[in-house]
Design a protein around this ligand. Structure first.
Ligand code: UN1
Length: 513
């Protein structure tokens, strides 16, 4: 290993030594039949090799689906409170190992330690939420229109769930999906993002330690083409849940259509913070800073747009730019760091491309605007926190998802205008308003067509017991997390029990008055 990487590892405390990680199939760690692996490197320091991971292919995916399919019947017939016991166990393991997992995740994904701790916490929260669901999984009981007849509707699992998970919440989102799927009685195969496979391997380690029956939870690492596509086409995969870009989500929906496979898609966002003239401006600046630059802007929920009322616009922009300029950019394991790297070189390229587009469109950079390539930061994928002012709502930087540390500040004259600007994009994930006027807050709450809405808080900060997802091109009508999350992974079965001892015809033998 290069010297610099070793020094850095010591500087920030013990981390795993690089090694070859395997797929987790049928309760075993197994190599890919391809015989090939790919490297996973620290986005804050390309010289730091985290490990190598299996470059899997369709055979590996098929083996994982076979294992999950074989395990399905036993798991389906395990009482849900019994399934829940495993989730409690996993939740406790994650809790015990939270710090260790968070540190590995920062090294793998880049975001600062406080945020990766939050990411693990979100997985813990979901483990306990879904474990509790094991004693609920509520259905419907309702009267029959006929005498001596009993009606109810119960949830059934679908079978094997195929989960394609992103790199920005490397353990939280795999936990959201897998735990909801498992509590309903499905078995799962996860294809993690190739940029953050270790986080999902660590989740598999927790399930393994919890003694989950073999084949119930499987992980196959590798590319979208080699692993993801065979998963979409596999006849024994009953439901796909995907988080990622809108373009890939569309391709997934199309690939799943011929088999009418259930599909849950969680895609892009162009989320907005609306700052009204009666807002606490300092509070709004705090929120905008966190919303725009938390996770280096690499959240579906990032506040990549801000619209501020004309009366406080200059003051807001000046304060936001001043604070953004002071953010300390660096390795997320360094306690002094406020903002970590972007995930990859290509992500930085995308950010640079949009910075140029913004300039060409006539928006004004008030802080940032460049990649950070000098000194130790040059070893990673860093970009300055960037604030654009004088942005018009139709500019590309105000319409397209950038997924980096860039926010676009626009001006408005009224709440109505702010709402129109807010809704004037193709996405509908998250939005927020800063105001002290309760009437304005309620109007915005009613009229913003987004799946998530905040008052006096930024666009990020979803909690696991509420539905997560969005409208328009953010989603396809489903939600994850909360009770909504189990809807994705269950089918309704309506049951009618006639104990009258005679033939009773619905709609015909009912009493007419
Ligand atoms: C995502 O950006 O894909 O509300 C998920 C939040 C987090 C989850 C974000 N709890 O920002």
């Amino acid at each position: 290993m290069p010297k610099a990487a070793t020094q850095e590892k010591q500087e920030f405390g013990a981390l795993r030594a690089p090694r070859e990680y395997k797929n987790f199939i049928d309760g075993q760690w197994v190599p890919s039949s391809s015989g090939k692996t790919f490297e996973n490197r620290n986005p804050a320091d390309r010289e730091d090799l985290i490990g190598t991971f299996q470059e899997s292919n369709a055979d590996d995916l098929n083996a994982a689906v076979d294992a999950a399919d074989r395990a399905f019947n036993g798991w389906r017939l395990t009482p849900a409170p019994g399934r829940a016991e495993y989730l409690y166990h996993v939740g406790n393991i994650l809790k015990r190992d939270k710090e260790k997992i968070a540190r590995e995740m920062t090294r793998e994904m880049g975001k600062v330690l406080a945020e990766t701790r939050g990411d693990v916490q979100e997985a813990i929260d979901m483990a306990f939420l879904m474990a509790g669901e094991g004693r609920r999984l509520f259905g419907v009981t309702t009267p029959s229109e006929l005498p001596n007849k009993f009606n109810m509707a119960v949830r059934m699992p679908l079978g094997v769930a195929g989960l394609i998970t992103p790199w920005n919440f490397p353990i939280a989102i795999p936990a959201w999906k897998s735990m909801a799927a498992l509590i309903c009685g499905n078995t799962v195969v996860i294809k993690p993002a190739s940029l953050t496979p270790l986080s999902v391997v660590m989740l598999a380690e927790a399930f393994h330690e919890a003694g989950l029956p073999k084949g119930v939870f499987n992980v196959v690492t590798g590319g979208g083409r080699e692993v993801g596509e065979p998963m979409l086409e596999h006849p024994r995969v009953a439901v796909i849940s995907f988080t990622g870009s809108t373009d890939v989500g569309r391709d997934i929906a199309i690939a799943c259509a011929p088999q009418f496979k259930h599909v849950h898609l969680e895609m892009g966002g162009k989320n907005i913070i609306m700052v009204m003239d009666d807002a606490d401006v300092d509070l709004a600046v705090d929120g905008a800073l966190w919303g725009a630059f938390g996770t280096a802007g690499q959240r579906c929920t990032a506040a990549s747009r801000i619209v501020a009322h004309r009366k406080i616009y200059d003051q807001f922009v000046e304060k936001l730019a001043g604070r953004a300029a002071k953010l300390r950019v660096g390795n997320g394991l360094d306690p002094k760091t406020d903002m970590g790297p972007n995930i990859s070189a290509s992500q930085v390229k995308t950010v640079e491309k949009y910075v140029q587009i913004g300039k060409d469109e006539g928006a004004k950079i008030v802080t940032g605007g460049a990649a950070l390539t000098d000194g130790p930061l040059g070893k990673g994928h860093f970009h300055q926190p960037t604030v654009f002012a004088n942005v018009k709502p139709n500019m590309r930087i105000a319409q397209e998802e950038i997924f980096g540390p860039v926010t676009a500040v626009m001006e408005c004259d009224s709440l109505e205008e702010a709402i129109a600007i807010g809704n004037g994009v193709k996405y509908g994930l998250s939005s927020s308003i800063y105001t002290r006027n309760v009437n304005n807050a309620f109007v915005a709450m009613r009229d913003m067509y987004t799946g998530i809405f905040y008052v006096n808080a930024p666009t990020i900060g979803a909690e696991v017991h509420l539905p997560f997802g969005g409208t328009k091109q953010t989603g396809n009508g489903h939600r994850e997390a909360g009770v909504a999350g189990i809807d994705v992974f269950s089918e309704w079965k309506s049951i009618y029990i006639d104990y009258s001892g005679s033939l009773q015809r619905a709609q015909i033998d009912t009493e007419e008055i």
